[in-house]
Design a protein around this ligand. Structure first.
Ligand code: UT7
Length: 313
């Protein structure tokens, strides 16, 4: 297993910020319902000259700059997304081309929906390490506005676009706690995809809500049973930002102090694979991740998929 250390972070957000009142102009909803039921006040949508790849590019450039590394030092690039601009080439290969990552390194995407970044961390802990190029780029990026049915009020108020990238230094024969899992289910959350005409998100919100709360609780129990960590050892808890009520439920159940919990769904909405790294980015940018800090992070989403990890700084 590899040890993982995040040494740089960056993000990419579209320019257009869409408020709940903006959405109430197009669909039968209102600011009060959305904020009360989800904690969301606004979200970003790509405009015509922005896309999944432009967001990923911005995140990668900032992350490499903050890590103080050049493209030639990157040995691996993984993008987690369900909304790539192209079916082929994948986002990671397009980033390789645009940023000038070394020829011959592995670059690929993973589709584990909102758990994508957690799946990516787990993969990084298992991948061969290129000792000459020990840095990996792990990107979470989504352009969900492209697959959002703007006439469906039960989903269109939830999702947003965005990207974040972590530069991760890999160390052979290190230690890293992570866990990933899945339970195949097409019914309660799907985006039909390429050959199915207009392809929008379909979700049975209540069922996903119940699944989410249950699986995060189980991932915390697993952490405490299968590792030497306990949740109370953690300096921060970063959960997938799907609904503030899910996060508050876990907070109450596990008595998580407010200052340890990261909640940024209010101005970003649910950005699927980008949500966990966008929350990590805020901690990073605020200078709250000094050496020795520990973060428990967990994600859940379509697939169904889920995952958790402990990041040590
Ligand atoms: O990231 C992937 C994972 N996704 C999630 O974790 C999402 C989990 N689910 C949720 O966050 C919540 O279930 C939702 C926010 C999607 C929905 O909240 P809810 O409290 O479960 O509401 P509901 O779907 O049970 O709907 C309650 C009422 C319904 O009206 P009636 O039938 O009671 O008259 C809906 O038609 O709220 C209505 N409603 C709305 N009203 C105003 C649904 N959406 C809206 C809306 N504005 N946008």
């Amino acid at each position: 297993m590899n040890g993982l250390k995040i040494v740089g972070m960056g993000r990419g957000l579209p320019v257009k910020h869409v408020t709940n009142d903006d959405l109430a102009q197009i669909v039968d909803t209102n600011d009060e319902w959305i904020r009360k039921r989800t904690g969301i006040s606004a979200r970003y949508y790509c405009s015509e000259d922005e896309s999944n790849t432009t967001l990923a590019y911005d995140a990668v450039v900032e992350a490499m700059r903050s890590a103080g590394i050049s493209a030639s030092q990157v040995g691996l690039c993984i993008a987690a997304t369900v909304t790539p601009d192209y079916a082929v080439p994948c986002v990671a290969c397009r980033i390789q081309e645009q940023v000038g990552l070394p020829d011959g390194i592995p670059c690929f995407d993973i589709n584990a929906a909102c758990s994508g970044f957690l799946y990516g961390l787990h993969l990084l802990s298992c991948m061969p390490v290129d000792e000459e190029r020990p840095f990996a780029l792990l990107i979470g990026v989504e352009e969900l506005s492209r697959v959002t049915d703007m006439s469906d009020r039960s989903t269109c108020v939830l999702f947003g676009d965005g990207a974040a990238c972590a530069v991760v230094k890999l160390k052979k024969d290190g230690e890293f706690y992570s866990h990933i899992g899945a339970r195949g289910n097409t019914e309660i959350l799907n985006i039909p995809g390429l050959n199915k005409g207009m392809s929008y998100i379909h979700m049975s919100g209540r069922e996903v809500f119940t699944f989410a709360v249950d699986i995060v609780e189980k991932e915390i129990e697993r952490l405490e049973e299968e590792s030497n960590y306990s949740l109370s050892d953690m300096d921060f808890v970063v959960l997938h930002q799907a609904n503030e009520r899910i996060i508050r439920h876990i907070q109450k159940k596990r008595d998580i102090p407010e200052e340890k919990l990261i909640v940024n769904i209010g101005y970003l909405g649910n950005t699927s694979a980008a949500s966990v790294p966008l929350a990590l980015y805020e901690l990073w940018k605020a200078g709250r991740l000094s050496t020795g800090k520990k973060i428990f992070t967990a994600g859940f989403g379509g697939g169904l998929t889920w995952g958790s990890a402990v990041l040590e700084f």
